[in-house]
Design a protein around this ligand. Structure first.
Ligand code: HPA
Length: 297
């Protein structure tokens, strides 16, 4: 009998299968099986790189030579994105000569999903073959030196205010119970991104991303606290995806576009429209980094 798709793509699983000790619950396993099998039927080439596009950053898909588009609503067990500015499609194709899969639209905790649903597509990406994950997001700046439109490499994150997606029974087939998080964003990818920015003569900030649940933007006091805690930007995504990607042994690189600044003198308010607009404006820089990074992987 052929091992199921998911088991076949993970050596440890194969071993477990032969030893007849499948740790993963049958129902969970079946969900991954269905999704991976469905997507492999849609697009038979294993993607090497996975890309997640944040709010207002969806036009990056124009850089990809798209060979197959699959709407989330057609993918078994995929959640549906409910946020304006997110397109809700999985795109397969070529970027800088590599086979990639991109999520145009991601899932957020504030939409009401459980943490494990938010990260379901990330695990699926790994099971399809993805080794490197590129994440992007719109974020609020709390470092007073940051201004709207800045691009920041995420060097580290603070995940203490959002549920950890690994809470619950650990899937040993996927990764360790207590994963090391000393290098959640790979240094060698960060170094490559720095070189790309120098080559193109634009400034790339670097810093710490703190994740919150949203959907409220922060109060002034909260922005101040977040800065005091050691963060440079704050946002409502990315960290749960990064944790799961690290759990499964993927190499992660992530970038924030600063779409608003929290610590400010003015009495202005922050709106989602303003966030989308600022992200769209900064998107070409992000595109350059992602394209050239993929070429260099
Ligand atoms: N706070 C949280 N999330 C965000 C922000 C912000 O200021 N801007 C964009 N996403």
């Amino acid at each position: 009998m052929q091992p199921p798709v998911v088991l076949a793509s993970l050596k440890l699983c194969e071993y477990k299968l032969q030893g007849s000790t499948i740790i993963m619950g049958k129902k969970t396993l079946k969900k991954f099986e269905d999704t991976v099998k469905f997507l492999q039927e849609q697009y038979p080439h294993p993607p090497q790189v996975g890309i997640v596009l944040g709010s207002g950053l969806g036009s990056f898909v124009e850089e990809i030579i798209i060979e197959k588009e699959v709407a989330y609503e057609d993918i078994p067990h995929f959640p549906l994105s409910t946020v304006e500015g997110h397109k809700s499609k999985l795109l397969f194709g070529k970027l800088s000569g590599k086979t990639v899969v991109a999520m145009a639209g991601r899932f957020h905790f504030y939409e009401g999903y459980k943490a494990r649903d938010i990260v379901f597509p990330i695990r699926v990406m790994k099971l399809l073959g993805v080794e490197t994950l590129l994440l992007s997001n719109a974020a609020g700046g709390v470092n007073p030196a940051f201004t709207v439109g800045d691009i920041m490499i995420i060097k580290d994150h603070i995940s203490l205010f959002t549920p950890n997606p690994l809470i619950g029974k650990n899937r040993a087939e996927f990764g360790p119970r207590f994963p090391d998080m000393s290098e959640p964003y790979k240094k060698h990818l960060i170094e490559k991104a720095r070189a790309i920015a120098i080559l193109h003569n634009f400034v790339l900030k670097e810093g710490v991303y703190l994740a919150v649940t949203g959907p409220t933007f922060e109060t002034r006091a909260e922005y101040q606290l977040i800065h005091t805690l050691g963060a440079d930007v704050v946002g409502m995504s990315t960290v749960q995806e990064s944790i799961v990607a690290n759990h499964m042994g993927m190499e992660v690189f992530a970038i924030s576009v600063v779409t608003d600044v929290g610590i400010r003198e003015q009495d202005n308010i922050i709106t989602h429209e303003e966030v989308l607009e600022a992200a769209r404006h900064a998107e070409p820089k992000l595109a350059t980094i992602f394209k050239e990074l993929v070429a260099a992987i």
